[in-house]
Design a protein around this ligand. Sequence first.
Ligand code: PLP
Ligand code: LYS
Length: 414
Amino acid sequence: MDHFLYKANELYAEDCKVAELARTYGTPLYLYSRATLERHWHAFDRAVGAHPHLICYAVKANSNLAVLNVLARLGSGFDIVSGGELARVIEAGGDPAKVVFSGVGKTVVEMEMALNLNIHCFNVESEAELEQLQRVAQRLGKVAPVSLRINPDVDAGTHPYISTGLKDNKFGIAMEEAETLFARAHELSHIQVKGVDCHIGSQLTEIQPFLDAMDRMLALIDRLSAKGIVIEHFDVGGGLGVTYDDETPPQPDVYAAALLERLGDRKLALIFEPGRAIAANAGIFITEVLYLKQNGNKHFALVDGAMNDLLRPALYSAWQNIIAVIPREGETYNYDIVGPVCETGDFLGKDRALNIAAGDFLAVRSAGAYGFTMSSNYNTRPRSAELMVDGEQVHLIRARETLPQLWQGEKCLP
Ligand SMILES: Cc1ncc(COP(=O)(O)O)c(C=O)c1O
Ligand SMILES: N[C@@H](CCCC[NH3+])C(=O)O
């Protein structure tokens, strides 16, 4: 069941009218649906069934405390990439014992923090990082649980900026070095080898690249096991795509079934790190039309939301559906939906057939993942408010920034 639906010709978020929320809380505005977040998380969790597993939601997709808290209450684990994300997980009531720490550049301070919190696993991405983690763990008198992130050199067939599993990408350890590094990790006094990890990219809409990566990783696990290095878990990463337009990515049940089949009778727990698949279609971004204008034959709708609020269209030429919150009958024009930021690349959508007027609200769909988390204060614009719709209830889960907050910590010279 969709929780962002037209009812009586007006967009609803769960049981609340979106236009009313926009008037009450002001725009631009992010709106999330608790029911959808929960449904998506359960779809993943159920898909893996009784096989030992951990769903570690990728915090970078949407790190609002309320979002993390909703998932923590379901028993979710978390995939983090910074000390900041770890602090958020703890603040939101997440269990550090279900946290996996990804990322190519973990600092000593972040390692200490994660070791002191006894996280589930460090996904180590280089030999230098492994040696650093050994030193930090030794100093703290801890043993670091480790999984090595291997780069399987698989083409994920996604946008080059969000493809991570190719040899030329900065992520992971080259397959040729994997066995040597596992052997090294195995002999280090304050490292405990737990798993093998890979993540080949984001917004994958085909299953084959996942299976190709898995085949290479399972072959590696079998070789390690022959050498007496026991692997307890396989972290398959995130990356499952969603429908923005007409993509038909595999659903979590099909995806998980295919992975489980490949796994065969190996006694490996599975870790999943989905971000987008859980959060993207659990959120929309609402913006108001400020002005309509025409330059030659080109129609522009100037809206109060901009690339600083929702960067994906400007950064990846990403397409996200844009609809009128209360549609009008009659003739449409093809509009470029652009924001107030002084950049030609500041657009939310191009050539969108709409019948709109100043004062109308537009909803950018699929904005729950990599929306607010990638927002900035460029052009000294306050970041949007965020709301969580929970049935008939609405919670303000982040207030719009006030102007003084925008220069907090800055100082004029004496
Ligand atoms: C290591 C890692 N895990 C998980 C994710 C989440 O990816 P997605 O949002 O595509 O599921 C990412 C982002 O691409 C990532 O880099
Ligand atoms: N931020 C990207 C995804 C990057 C995933 C993180 N490795 C997006 O919006 O599509």
